[in-house]
Design a protein around this ligand. Structure first.
Ligand SMILES: NC(=O)c1ccc[n+]([C@@H]2O[C@H](COP(=O)([O-])OP(=O)(O)OC[C@H]3O[C@@H](n4cnc5c(N)ncnc54)[C@H](OP(=O)(O)O)[C@@H]3O)[C@@H](O)[C@H]2O)c1
Length: 260
């Protein structure tokens, strides 16, 4: 396999579009998620259309061993990862004290711990080769605390800060770590998290457009990519330090409450 991208969460949404974009460039892929049928049909489609090789790894990324198992499987088959896309993730609305702990614990594993572990495992190999690019998918949620979705927002803030710190640490080794921050995007995410019923999801961007912006940012080695947000949100992000925090918290809580 050549010019291989490892894409987590490739069975749906942004990850699936990232896989299409990579394959359209005639580059090989390792695609990871839990939905075996979806991954297998994506593999067939990409191999048939683009004459690339696609390896499927079915894995639950909330399992603490999952990152090591993926790394070991690829090492055993001598598959070198040139591009790592830490894309898998999920949210879930509801005030923290009412939410099921197991779901939030699993969210922290999938959104923060496993992607960090994958970076830790693949970075040393990239450094040895002096070649590699990582795209970590956080969110515009990473700019703010998120009452009504406390763990999700905090997990994305972690990914933003983690990715930016790595960018600085490894850039001298010809490795880049790009932090992708999409706004509301049409994918499986809205339905799974309950976010599609909130005001924040009134005009979602297409997952293809978000994936294209992320892929371009990865290739450029950009530090941050903000995409899928309207002008008003861009301005809000810039003005955020000037808005009293208590006002922001109230507004966000309201925006994330599901209307009856
Ligand atoms: N959509 C938005 O509005 C939005 C906005 C900002 C950021 N994001 C971020 O963008 C990323 C991609 O989300 P999306 O919008 O494309 O949503 P999506 O369509 O729901 O896709 C999520 C992907 O993550 C995978 N995944 C979830 N839990 C997993 C687990 N335990 N183990 C393995 N894979 C798992 C899913 O695969 P399986 O279910 O097959 O395992 C799926 O392929 C996420 O990190 C999300 O937080 C999304």
């Amino acid at each position: 396999m050549k010019n291989v991208a490892l894409i987590t969460g490739a069975s749906s949404g942004i990850g699936q579009d990232l896989a299409h974009i990579h394959a359209e460039l005639k580059k090989d892929l390792v695609i990871v998620a839990r939905s075996e049928d979806k991954l297998k049909s994506l593999k067939k489609e990409l191999e048939d259309k683009h004459d690339v090789q696609v390896k499927v790894i079915v894995k639950d990324l909330s399992d603490p061993q999952s990152a090591q198992e993926i790394y070991d499987e690829l090492k055993a088959e001598n598959i070198e990862i040139k591009y790592l896309f830490n894309n898998a993730g999920f949210g879930g609305v509801g005030d923290f004290y009412k939410r099921e702990w197991a779901k939030d614990e699993s969210m922290m594993m999938v959104n923060m711990v496993t992607p960090s572990y994958l970076c830790r495992l693949f970075l040393p190999d990239m450094m040895k080769r002096k070649q590699g690019k990582i795209l970590n998918v956080s969110s515009t949620a990473s700019f703010l605390p998120g009452p009504g979705q406390a763990v999700y927002y905090a997990s994305k803030a972690y990914m933003q800060f983690f990715s930016n710190a790595l960018w600085q640490e490894v850039k001298a080794h010809n490795i880049t770590v790009t932090n992708l921050m999409p706004g509301a995007t049409k994918s499986g995410f809205g339905g799974r998290s309950g976010m599609d019923k909130t005001a924040l999801f009134s005009h979602p961007a297409s997952s293809r457009s978000v994936a294209e912006a992320g892929y371009k940012g990865l290739m450029n080695g950009d530090l941050d990519v903000i995409t899928g947000v309207d002008l008003a949100t861009r301005i809000l992000i810039k003005l955020k330090p000037l808005i009293p925090k208590k006002v922001l918290l109230k507004q966000i809580h309201k925006a994330q409450t599901i209307a009856d």
